[in-house]
Ligand binder design. Structure first.
Ligand code: AMP
Ligand code: ZN
Length: 471
């Protein structure tokens, strides 16, 4: 994979571009993390699975990666555009708990879900409330550049001072002004201006307040991602990710703050995951039909079936959720599992092997799929084709699977037969029968099948391989 060029769709340029890191020694990636005021739904988890595939692919390509993710535990108001209460305050009222208790609980559940989905933990996980000083310092830098104003007690970013404000979402500021709703914050000079620091808190005596040069208060949501990403990755870095809902407001405002402060281009590649959709609507708390990983598990769905389901669509395409589609994914994963277990039961699978041209071509196809803007549906079909190809030896299949797993992340190594306790001599007979079939010695294959049948087992053949079942 090392001599291949990865190509990613960059939201900033609206083009698929060859990936060239700023520093070839280490790729720097920032992903917006969860707002920990409630459970993450499976739509959120789709975005984290996409980001996991991205980071794993970069590592497969031989890069060292520094992956940073924030935890939003203050500052994210009910609307992304500074309206309504802080989401953490909503949760404090709902659950009658302190904000840190709420944040701790939902952060722990989030990482448990990530673990079940085999999403690797980022190298740095940073909480907003631990970085208030970094945010204050960044606001001071932006202020020094003359890009802020104070109104109604809050510090605002003045979007009219930046010549390319809104370039990520290709916003038209004039149109935004004309189309603004009347209830928009009257302290703002322009409806797209946004809060860096709230000093006149709308919510008296709440615990989420800190001292600052502008008075006691709390930060806006966007400033946390600018401050923490630059603290851990530097003033310029390679990739910034999130869901597509972040393009027009959150990421647009992060760019304004960071580039406003440094005067330099900030992030080179912006990558956004499309939504998980339920009944034609984005899955969200407000739209109802809010499903968590736990609710899938309660219906007997293996979390990895959800990971597999996410691979059924390209990350830039919407993915329609239905129980039927999820169950289909669970069945496909089960078939894959049976094939992998059958392969692992063959003692030849772990033999040393030099890959044949056929095997190398599967590896090539898998890499091509990833290089082509992380085409996971294609990559998964390569996994299925290789495991059911009778021209490959068990050892070649196993080598390939271990390689594919570095991105697919199913942990094939840990898969084993749960319920079937098959005597070793029968497993040996099955392996001999498989070898006979590969050699096209049908007579021997049939004799071995009959022996297995006499012992009370039947062979289940599938395109992915054979396994034994009690009669
Ligand atoms: P939040 O906790 O609201 O900040 O969201 C966490 C992540 O999930 C963000 O990157 C969002 O863009 C993303 N997200 C929100 N809703 C969906 C959805 N229905 N499908 C996929 N990703 C989503
Ligand atoms: Zn963010």
């Amino acid at each position: 994979m090392k001599n291949k060029t990865l190509k990613f769709y960059n939201t900033l340029t609206r083009k698929v571009e060859p990936f060239e890191p700023l520093d070839p020694e280490c790729v720097k990636v920032y992903c917006c993390g969860p707002t920990v005021y409630d459970y993450q739904h499976i739509g959120n988890m789709r975005t984290y699975i996409f980001e996991d595939v991205l980071v794993r692919t970069l590592r497969l390509a031989g890069y060292k990666v520094r992956h940073v993710m924030n935890i939003t535990d203050v500052g994210h108001l009910v609307s992304d555009a500074d309206e309504g209460e802080d989401k953490m305050l909503v949760a404090m009222k709902r659950e009658k708990k302190k904000s840190y208790e709420i944040a701790e609980y939902y952060t722990a559940v989030f990482f448990e879900d990530c673990k079940k989905l085999h999403i690797q933990k980022p190298d740095v996980v940073c909480k907003a409330t631990d970085h208030i000083n970094d945010m204050i310092e960044l606001i001071k830098r932006i202020e020094k550049k003359g890009l802020t104003y104070i109104s109604g007690g809050n510090v605002y970013f003045d979007v009219s001072k930046l010549k390319d404000y809104g370039k990520l979402a290709r916003l038209d500021l004039e149109k935004l002004k004309a189309g603004a709703r009347i209830e928009v914050d009257h302290n703002k000079r322009h409806p797209a201006d946004f809060v860096l620091w709230f000093t006149k808190s709308k919510f008296e005596n709440q615990e989420l307040q800190w001292d600052s040069p502008w008075g006691r208060g709390y930060p806006g949501w966007h400033i946390e991602c600018s401050a923490m990403s630059m603290k851990y990755l530097g003033d310029q870095f390679d990739i910034h990710c999130g869901g597509i809902d972040h393009i027009p407001v959150h990421h647009t405002n992060e760019i304004a703050q960071s580039e406003g402060a440094t005067g330099k281009p900030w992030v080179k590649y912006w990558m956004h995951g499309e939504f998980l959709v339920l009944n034609k609507e984005k899955m969200s708390k407000s739209a109802g039909g809010f499903l968590t990983l736990k609710s899938l598990e309660e219906k007997g769905i293996d979390p990895l079936a959800y990971r597999y389901f996410c691979f059924s669509a390209h990350y830039r395409a919407q993915l329609n959720f239905s129980w039927e589609a999820l169950n289909n994914a669970a069945r496909s994963l089960e078939r894959l599992k049976n094939a992998v277990i059958a392969l692992k039961n063959d003692p030849d699978h772990s033999a040393e092997v030099t890959l044949s041209d056929t095997a190398l071509s599967y590896r090539e196809q898998f890499e091509e799929a990833l290089c082509n803007d992380l085409n996971m549906p294609q990559a998964v079909s390569v996994i299925h084709s290789s495991i059911s190809d009778s021209n490959l030896s068990p050892a070649e299949k196993w080598q390939l699977l271990l390689y594919f797993d570095r991105v697919a992340g199913f942990d094939f190594n840990s898969w084993q037969s749960e319920s079937l306790d098959i005597p070793q001599e029968l497993q040996d007979l099955l392996n001999q029968r498989e070898a006979a079939r590969r050699e096209k010695d049908w007579e021997l294959a049939d004799t071995l099948r009959d022996k297995i049948a006499e012992a009370g087992y039947i062979i289940e053949d599938s395109p992915e391989g054979a396994r034994l079942k009690r009669k």
